[in-house]
Design a protein around this ligand. Structure first.
Ligand SMILES: [Zn+2]
Length: 245
């Protein structure tokens, strides 16, 4: 089996005598992209599922990425990134919003576990986002979720194309921006270059994760460089007019 970039980084760290090796954000994202390709091809490596790995983790954890994703049963991060025990710090909530509890969890992973990457991942046909496009009281505590997602829906209504698809993507962009600007922990980590926060959208149809263009530190990437994903430029424009003051 070919060693992964992260395995090589870990081996180099061991040679250097480092107690804890934090891989680079680039290596982590490359690992996640490769794992997602395994998922798309249904050609899994199932790393880190052995009894030895379980024992190794009993005294502590050093996950290499934090994934803020939907609670939807169809989007389990370990499977769609082909990762194992101790690899991902998962924060899952319907609509992948970042309210106080989610934010605190992410801060813990950054400040105490030193993850170099936070991925905010929405998904196709998200039920929470769909609920936020509908009028009326969704009942129970759901209005809390809907209220958090609704700014993305309002921005998406100004765009051509599928309302839910656009709202899912804009919701991810909004959460990424909020996390990057969140004082003091996340904003400082982003500013110091020890943390990257990236957005992604998962396709239920294909199993593929599409990575949204990164926007530097805290602001949207320029519209000229955001042409690779159809519709992202118009999303960005709507976001700028709606949310950037
Ligand atoms: Zn969902």
């Amino acid at each position: 089996m070919k060693p992964t970039a992260l395995a090589i980084a870990a081996a180099l760290g061991a040679l250097a005598g480092a107690q804890e090796t934090v891989p680079s954000a680039d290596a982590v994202i490359a690992e996640l992209k490769a794992g997602n390709e395994h998922h798309v091809a249904k050609h899994y490596q199932h790393p880190h599922e052995t009894a030895a790995r379980q024992r190794e983790l009993s005294g502590g954890q050093h996950p290499h990425a934090t994934i803020l994703s939907c609670a939807d049963s169809r989007v389990p991060p370990e499977i769609l990134f082909d990762q194992g025990l101790g690899d991902l710090f998962d924060v899952r909530v319907a609509g992948n919003i970042a309210a106080d509890a989610e934010l605190a969890s992410i801060e813990y992973s950054v400040e105490h576990l030193h993850v170099p990457v936070v991925v905010v991942m929405g998904h196709q046909r998200c039920g929470a986002v769909t609920a936020a496009t509908e009028s009326g009281d969704p009942g129970g505590h759901l209005p809390v979720l809907v209220a958090a997602i609704r700014p993305a829906v309002e921005a998406a209504r100004k765009l051509p194309g599928d309302l839910v698809d656009n709202a899912v993507r804009i919701n991810v962009e909004n959460v990424v921006r909020n996390l990057r600007g969140s004082q003091p922990v996340l904003a400082e980590a982003v500013h110091s270059g020890t943390l990257r926060i990236v957005g992604a959208v998962y396709s239920l149809d294909t199993g593929k994760v599409t990575w949204l263009p990164e926007s530097g530190k805290g602001s949207l990437r320029s519209l000229d460089s955001a042409q690779s994903i159809p519709g992202i430029a118009t999303c960005a424009r709507a976001l700028e007019t709606t949310f950037v003051r």
